[in-house]
Unconditional design. Structure first.
Length: 44
């Protein structure tokens, strides 16, 4: 999933959870679509 972000807003250190940089994210929704565990979602 990390390498699928078109602007590189998702990073991960080792085996920790991936983090999304809100300053870089363009809210395209691609990560929501490709996340197999539905762990990524938009806040209402």
């Amino acid at each position: 999933m990390i390498d699928q972000c078109p602007v590189g807003a998702i990073s991960q250190q080792g085996f920790s959870l991936p983090e999304i940089d809100p300053d870089t994210c363009i809210e395209c929704g691609h990560c929501i679509t490709i996340c197999g565990r539905s762990a990524v979602y938009r806040k209402p």
